[in-house]
Design a protein around this ligand. Structure first.
Ligand SMILES: NC(=O)c1ccc[n+]([C@@H]2O[C@H](COP(=O)([O-])OP(=O)(O)OC[C@H]3O[C@@H](n4cnc5c(N)ncnc54)[C@H](O)[C@@H]3O)[C@@H](O)[C@H]2O)c1
Length: 374
């Protein structure tokens, strides 16, 4: 098959492309090489030869018109991410970009057989919890005054008491807490529903936090793997927000690539959303300790600052049984992810620690807040 991978110069895109090529597919990339992910205008060295590249922006109709002719399927990964407060940009890139894809396919009657769209675990916001008295509950966002008081845990929306996080399945309430999550869910919804309406088989992939080599170290606004790696390599303590007890699940980029390839080929996936997670929960503090061990800088300890990312979720852990039922299994471990990232980072000529300036910028624009600063 000839497959268009948007955002193919990026982290998940490049791993997906390696797998698609190994499976015998032909690939074309549409990517605008956006900074800070990329050095302006430079296609990354890790892209394999034999891949056709088109430099263009998914917000630009003419870029899609150049990229779509002749392809049979699209893996749409190009996106604006992170926690910065430029809200409109999330919707311009993520939603307008996806809407243009469907608009042009419908208008030009292009024979696209499948579209796989990158959605996100961020769609859920806080995800699923249970209350000892109220059963299943979906708590909303924690208030600023609660976070300022360093009262980190979400409370039962019915009784106000303590609640227990659960695995979050695809049919959980979707309630994104930040502009990124809202835009990714809107993108997924428009893709699946326009796909249904116009008979364009579409699958939404709700990735958990993805880890592995090639995650751009220049974009240090999110991603514990790259931030902790930069900090430990520079001999700094990894910065852990809140009290470090937040539960996350981290999924290996190679596993995500296999999930994308499966969604592309398996008709049972059509018109559905799937969680793509690591299958194991870990606290952020424990993850920082894993990175410290992997880096060999065992004199370091996590720096639990009590700061918080405004709009972050307390705990989120995706239930991957729906994708498992199609024959997919996550294989990566956080230890392996750390080792792989550190090894890759050490081979990058221009690798340096961008984490401090990213954190200072996030503090300045109010994306990272903390009672010590105020
Ligand atoms: N990395 C994660 O943990 C994670 C988790 C959930 C969802 N996702 C989603 O997976 C997808 C890929 O993420 P990634 O981690 O590989 O990110 P990445 O930043 O490494 O790659 C994204 C690519 O998209 C390109 N791009 C950005 N804006 C563009 C635009 N306007 N036009 C054309 N190209 C553009 C970038 O240049 C980059 O090459 C995104 O849709 C993201 O929302 C990622």
């Amino acid at each position: 098959m000839k497959i268009l991978v948007t955002g193919g110069a990026g982290f998940i895109g490049s791993h997906t492309i390696d797998l698609l090529l190994a499976q015998g597919h032909t690939v074309r990339i549409l990517d605008n090489l956006t900074p800070p992910v990329h050095l302006a205008g430079q296609w990354p060295d890790y892209l394999p030869s034999g891949v056709e590249t088109i430099l263009g922006d998914v917000r630009d109709r003419s870029a899609w018109e150049a990229a779509l002719p002749g392809v049979e399927a699209v893996i749409h990964l190009a996106a604006y991410q992170d926690y910065l407060p430029d809200f409109s940009k999330f919707f311009h890139v993520n939603c307008v970009g996806a809407a243009l894809l469907y608009e042009i396919i419908v208008e030009k009657r292009l024979p696209i057989q499948k579209i796989v769209v990158a959605s996100s675990q961020a769609s859920y916001g806080e995800g699923k919890y249970t209350c000892a008295t109220g059963g299943v509950v979906y708590p909303g966002q924690r208030s600023e005054s609660q976070l300022k008081a360093r009262d980190w845990n979400v409370k039962c929306p019915k009784c106000g008491g303590p609640i227990q996080w659960e695995l979050t399945p695809e049919d959980a309430l979707v309630n994104p807490a930040n502009a990124y999550g809202m835009s990714k869910f809107a993108e997924e919804m428009l893709a699946i529903n326009l796909g249904k309406r116009y008979d364009i088989p579409t699958v939404g992939m709700r990735y958990s936090i993805v880890q592995g080599a090639r995650q751009s170290f220049r974009n240090a606004y999110s991603g514990a793997l790259r931030i902790f790696a930069m900090q430990t390599m520079a001999g700094q303590r990894p910065t852990v927000y809140e009290d470090g007890q937040q539960i996350r699940d981290f999924v290996y980029a190679g596993d995500v690539a296999r999930a994308n390839a499966l969604a592309l080929e398996d008709e049972r996936a059509n018109y559905q959303a799937f969680n793509v997670g690591g299958g194991k929960g870990i606290t952020v503090e424990e993850f920082a300790k894993v990175m410290i061990r992997a880096s060999g800088k065992t004199e370091l300890t996590p720096n639990i600052t009590g700061e918080y990312r405004f709009g972050d979720t307390r705990h989120i852990f995706s239930d991957v049984s729906k994708l498992r039922a199609l024959g997919w299994e996550p294989t990566g471990s956080v230890e392996q992810n750390c080792r792989e990232y550190l090894h890759w980072a050490a081979t990058q000529r221009d690798f340096r620690n961008y984490a401090s300036e990213a954190r200072e910028y996030m503090q300045r624009v109010g994306a990272v807040r903390g009672s010590n600063d105020e």
